[in-house]
Design a protein around this ligand. Structure first.
Ligand SMILES: [Zn+2]
Length: 459
């Protein structure tokens, strides 16, 4: 297929903005890139997609999300509003993940995946929890991903908070799914895996060691790190170490691992994160929503930590996350120079693509380069000031909106065209999810009530 009559944004190291350009796609890969005048002649007989002057660019990537949180939309938390992040965990997320069964895990994944296609997010790193439906839960999500045509890196959040048997089941589920995605016949698959862990504060030394021992050598972990001070207090009480040294000691942070958040890490921990080679995923909307503070992205990047951008289960529109990051660090530091557009693009475009590409065999993706995978979007954005490689990040922050995404393609296959989903029915997916909502919410209300009573007893 030849996509022609486009302004091509290539991303990649040699980022370029190329008006009146075409991209030729063959066998799921970007095969050729050049001016319309040349490629329209060269591929005259091929199927064409007229971009009509729109922007053609790589799809967005989200490095940390939670499909399982979908049923939190519009849900009431019984009792007074949670006063801090530990209460949000105990009274919202943990009772909610307990409420999920096979059907609702599938529905949660599908509604997020629909959103992702419509927002032009083509690769997602999901961090899943459903303690009452662990075995096979990643297959259910994988099937949903497969059905939608997107690309996803899955894992199960191992935790001790629901007892030893469920911690072991979580380990088993990760190992099983890592093995499934690393089989030779899985090459070229749009699915990949990491080994999921909830957070230091719900993991014993024994469980951390069991996870490390179960991890195939070349795989990485995906874990929440120091999202709130409570993670540090718990780690110090349990081990005498802060969270990052504790995880390093147990072999959890390596070059393939993702540490989500890193809001409450000190200077020594930042150095350790840089030395470990682990990626730190930043989620500004979530940090603001939970009132946990802001990760010091400036200090992390200066220390050489590879920072990437996720959304922690918010909507899958990554440009909204760009905007949140762009604004948050200015207000947090009271300095308008913080998180400038170029730094943001290095994180959200370049680093996200490097992390995602490292988890898949074969060609890379996240840039328009011949030989790379064709995960692409068309954006109906018509700049009224010059659009250049230098000012592109500011056009994105101040001008791009997800509703402008008109075409989403993964592996050369068009999943949405002219904003119409080609293989899945959004209304049907939403209706099925809605049908299950009363029973999920009823189960949640019971678990939430129990959590509130437990808390009262603790006081
Ligand atoms: Zn998270």
């Amino acid at each position: 297929m030849l996509i022609h009559n486009a302004t091509v944004i290539t991303w990649g190291k040699q980022n370029a903005v190329l008006p009146a350009h075409s991209v030729y796609i063959k066998d799921g890969l970007i095969n050729d890139l050049g001016p319309d005048s040349q490629l329209e002649k060269k591929y005259a007989k091929e199927e064409k997609l007229d971009a009509a002057g729109q922007i053609l660019m790589p799809g967005n990537i989200c490095t940390h999300t939670h499909f399982y949180g979908a049923y939190a939309r519009g849900m009431a938390i019984p009792g007074p509003a949670p006063k801090d992040f530990p209460e949000i965990l105990k009274r919202l997320w943990w009772p909610l993940d307990k409420s999920l069964d096979e059907k609702s895990v599938r529905a949660s994944a599908l509604v997020h995946l629909v959103d992702a296609i419509k927002c032009g997010t083509t690769t997602l790193f999901d961090h899943h929890a459903s303690p009452n439906f662990i075995d096979g839960s990643l297959d259910v999500i994988a099937n949903a991903v497969d059905q939608t045509g997107l690309r996803a890196v899955l894992c199960y959040e191992v935790t001790d908070r629901d007892g030893d048997a469920k911690a072991k089941a979580g380990i088993r589920e990760n190992v099983r799914f890592i093995e499934r995605t690393s089989k030779p016949d899985a090459a070229g698959s749009r699915l990949a895996a990491l080994f999921g862990l909830h957070a230091s504060l719900t993991l014993s030394d024994e469980t951390l060691d069991a996870c490390r021992a179960a991890l195939p050598d070349d795989a990485g972990f995906h874990i929440h790190v120091a999202e709130h001070e409570a993670d540090q207090e718990d780690s110090l009480a349990k081990s005498g170490l802060r969270v990052v040294p504790r995880l390093v000691k147990h072999g959890i942070l390596n070059r393939g691992s993702i540490a989500a958040h890193a809001v409450h890490v000190d200077a020594a921990e930042i150095e350790m994160l840089a030395e470990s080679g682990a990626w730190v995923s930043h989620q500004p909307r979530s940090n603001m929503n939970n009132g946990v503070g802001a990760a010091d992205i400036d200090a992390l990047t200066k220390a050489g930590v590879k920072v990437v951008l996720g959304n922690d289960g918010f909507t899958q529109d990554m440009w909204t996350e760009w905007k949140a990051a762009y604004l948050l660090h200015k207000v947090w530091h009271r300095d308008p120079r913080k998180m400038n557009g170029a730094d943001l693009a290095a994180i959200a475009a370049r680093n996200n693509a490097a992390l995602a590409s490292s988890l898949y065999a074969g060609p890379s993706f996240g840039a328009i380069i011949p030989g790379w995978k064709a995960d692409l979007i068309l954006v109906d954005y018509h700049p009224f000031t010059p659009l250049t490689t230098g000012n592109l990040p500011w056009h994105i922050v101040f001008g791009f909106q997800e509703r402008m995404v008109t075409m989403t393609m993964v592996d050369g296959k068009v999943l949405m065209r002219d904003r119409k989903l080609l293989y899945i029915d959004e209304a049907e997916i939403a209706a099925k999810a809605l049908e299950l909502a009363p029973e999920v919410w009823a189960r949640y209300a019971q678990f939430a009530e129990a959590a509130m009573n437990e808390e009262k007893l603790d006081r």
